[in-house]
Write a protein that binds this ligand. Sequence first.
Ligand code: SF4
Length: 103
Amino acid sequence: MGIDPNYRLRPVSGEHGGHKVYGKVDPPKVLGVHGTIVGVDFDICIADGSCITACPVNVFQWYETPGNPVSEKKADPINENACIFCMACVNVCPVAAIDVKPP
Ligand code: SF4
């Protein structure tokens, strides 16, 4: 199961790297969904890295998440405002952890 496309309706649990974090957070096990324009479900992300390679405008940066049971780093959408909505990241993510929605 991939990212919930309605995750933006969840309570905002905080801010990180210039973007909001949605849903329950209990680090290092539960990390929520990071980003509003470009949302990455940190609880699904396996650190495949294909989104980082695919993005033409460098929206993502690795964020270390030691102790997380799924992967010890995540593709963090620190530069989501630069997104040009090409959907490359959405299409390459092997676990469908990314949802992109223009503001
Ligand atoms: S939709 Fe395109 S520009 Fe936006 S984050 Fe994904 S790969 Fe980057």
